[in-house]
Design a protein around this ligand. Structure first.
Ligand code: NAD
Length: 528
């Protein structure tokens, strides 16, 4: 969570000190200046802002508050860097990404600690996020060498038609606070593999991990101006983002965040006809049928297993998908539709597993669910619980704010409500918090209609052993990604993205994601 900006006496340029001891093995990883054109700088205004630990509600770092007046210089720097970086061979770009990837993996523990302080998530989840995120650096190091044009047979004799892929130019990346390492790396890895340069604006709550990544990019050998980071407050965000989107040197905007902000940015990009990728909100349904393996369905809607080679990801693997990062994931389960025949059994099983979660500060031993990152999240969950109760839902577990760390941290009980129906807010609003609603259903048709009855279309999940039904659901559920007997489907090699109000464009996956950062030039040659 970030406070409003103010002139600060505590911030001295070049003095890289957190306000608390972060216990980093390598203190150099802590960076609290903006990173522009290979230099660590302050805001032109001299203003700064505090970064708050959501588990304690106390500031632990100070950052420069960049504003609209800082935008032109950084975009110019990224534009100048593009002139050179675009000429790097695919092999050179691949090797740079591999070096960056190795440095991030080497410093995983320290990055994870900063991530816990920024977001509130448990340390094991933070490690898992870095494993997931380095999937992108590794994958796109490979993709850099697989960018290919094509040749086409021409209808006219003596003609040859061929295509060439080229980097689109300077990219503006705007990312949310829930997975700040993964969201930056998902965009930057693809952009750098393609030969683009980038100006990234992290969320006001989570600028520090972005700055650490920039420091490691510099160590990996990225030339100045290829990667630039502008920390800023929520106060300055709208004007700064508008200036970035409208700057003529910026050719592509990639945004991950809410549908509301996605629509605003889309309007900013319209006039300049900027290429745009929008990864927006979700309200993801899970369908559990009578014939499902209930243990798997529980553990799996349940269990967005973090991929990667690290064995210390055991903890996140056991946490229900819903409660990973306290429900603050875009593909988290929001609505679980359970067929009548197994409804009671499933509700009891899931409630039991949820009761086993231990809530607390992310750095405390044994904690399996941390704080919400922003206090507004507490109000939203509380409002949805009250609304569900008023409309006839039964609270199976949780339902209240938690008084942890003297009531200062942003903690809410892992909550399940049963017998939910579509008159409730939770049926139509993304929760983005630790609240899950169970909706009983009778038939497949009824469940599919209910699942699709939302403006969002990010991810849907289903659990059944019937293979015919699996195909029908894959075809009939309205979402960009469908988990079939799994809740774990986000990885570097699989295309990620939504439909409907969840946005457009894909990130990660073969060909499709890197193409978001490329233009296709067509050549027609006449041999006569
Ligand atoms: P948000 O839209 O409020 O913020 C995202 C970014 O936009 C932040 O950097 C924020 O500072 C900035 N922003 C806020 N107001 C702005 C404005 N008026 N103009 C320009 N920029 C502005 O979202 P959030 O609350 O940070 O993140 C949660 C949302 O992100 C959820 O809806 C979630 O589903 C979505 N999300 C989607 C994906 C995905 O891949 N589809 C992944 C993670 C999160």
């Amino acid at each position: 969570m970030a406070l409003e900006s103010s002139p600060s006496k505590q911030f001295i340029m070049g003095e890289r000190k957190p306000l608390i001891d972060l216990k980093l093995e390598n203190p150099d990883l802590f960076r609290n200046s903006a990173y522009v054109n290979g230099e660590w700088i302050a805001a032109k205004s001299g203003k700064t802002f505090e970064i708050i630990d959501p588990g304690t509600n106390k500031p632990f770092a100070i950052c420069p508050d960049m504003s609209v007046e800082d935008v032109d210089a950084v975009v110019q720097a990224a534009g100048d860097a593009f002139v050179t970086y675009r000429t790097y061979t695919p092999l050179a770009r691949s090797l740079l990404l591999s070096k960056w990837d190795a440095l991030i993996r080497e410093n995983k523990e320290d990055i994870a600690r900063i991530l816990v302080h920024e977001t509130g998530k448990p340390l094991a989840e933070a490690r898992g996020e870095i494993d997931y995120a380095t999937g992108f650096t590794r994958w796109f190091a490979g993709e850099a060498e697989r960018i290919q044009g094509t040749t086409y047979p021409a209808a006219i004799p003596g003609r040859r038609i061929f295509t060439l892929k080229q980097p689109i130019g300077v990219v503006a990346a705007l990312v949310p606070w829930n997975f700040p390492v993964a969201m930056i790396l998902r965009k930057a890895s693809a952009a750098f593999a393609a030969g683009c340069t980038m100006v990234a604006k992290p969320s006001p709550e989570t600028p520090l991990t972005a700055l650490t990544l920039a420091y490691l990019a510099e160590k990996a050998g990225y030339p100045r101006g290829v990667f630039n980071i502008l920390p800023t407050t929520l106060q300055n965000t709208p004007a700064l983002s508008e200036a970035l989107c409208k700057h003529p040197i910026v050719k592509k905007v990639s945004f991950t965040g809410s549908t509301r902000v996605g629509k605003i940015l889309s309007a900013h990009c319209a006039d300049g006809l900027k290429k745009l990728t929008l990864e927006l909100g979700g309200n993801c349904p899970v369908l559990v049928f009578d014939d499902a393996n209930l243990e798997q369905a529980c553990e799996e809607p349940a269990a967005s297993r973090v991929t990667g080679e690290s064995t210390d990801c055991v903890l996140p693997a056991l946490i229900p998908l819903k409660f990973r990062h306290a429900g603050q994931a875009c593909i988290t389960a929001n609505r679980v539709y359970v067929q009548r025949g197994v409804y009671d059994k499933f509700a009891a099983l899931l409630t039991g597993k949820t009761l086993a979660l231990r809530v607390g500060h992310g750095l405390e031993e044994g904690v399996t669910m941390g704080a919400l990152t922003v206090p507004q999240g507490l109000d939203k969950v509380a409002r949805q619980v009250e609304d569900a109760k008023k409309n006839g839902a039964e609270v199976l577990t949780g339902g209240n704010r938690m008084q942890i760390n003297d009531g200062k941290g942003f903690f809410f009980e892992p909550t399940i409500v049963g017998n939910a129906n579509h008159s409730m807010l939770i049926a139509s609003e993304e929760t983005f918090g630790p609240l899950l609603a169970l909706f009983p259903f009778e038939t497949e048709d009824e469940a599919v209609k209910a699942a699709n009855n939302t403006s969002m279309g990010l991810a849907s999940y289903c659990f059944t052993k019937n293979i015919d039904r699996i195909w029908r659901l894959f075809e009939n559920l309205e979402a960009g990604m469908i988990g079939l007997n799994t809740g774990n489907m986000s990885s570097a090699e699989s295309p990620f993205g939504g439909i409907k109000d969840s946005g457009y464009g894909k990130e990660s996956g073969k060909d499709i994601a890197i193409n978001e950062y490329l233009i296709t030039k067509t050549g027609t040659l006449s041999l006569e």
